[in-house]
Design a protein around this ligand. Structure first.
Ligand SMILES: [Zn+2]
Length: 80
């Protein structure tokens, strides 16, 4: 076992936010052991698997599309 991993096991991971998927879902990476986690639908941190990454990028697309439509609506309503 690597010493950094041992440190994480003893003191917990040192997560930093690496990506904002939506307002509620974010991806984090541990500064020590580079372990990647993400917010699950229940709000807990779970391991960022390949499958999860796919779900997150789909979520991100939907979220950004909705945000864009919302902004366009706001812009057009402020013009007219
Ligand atoms: Zn760690």
């Amino acid at each position: 076992m690597k010493p950094t991993k041992l440190y994480c096991n003893l003191f917990g991971h040192n997560y930093v936010e690496t990506k904002k998927v939506t307002n509620h879902v974010k991806e984090y990476t541990c500064k020590c052991c580079k372990k990647q986690v993400t917010t699950s639908s229940t709000g807990h941190l779970i391991e960022l698997t390949e499958k999860r990454q796919e779900i997150n990028s789909a979520l991100e697309r939907i979220y950004n599309n909705r945000l864009m439509r919302l902004q366009q609506k706001m812009i057009s309503s402020s013009i007219y």
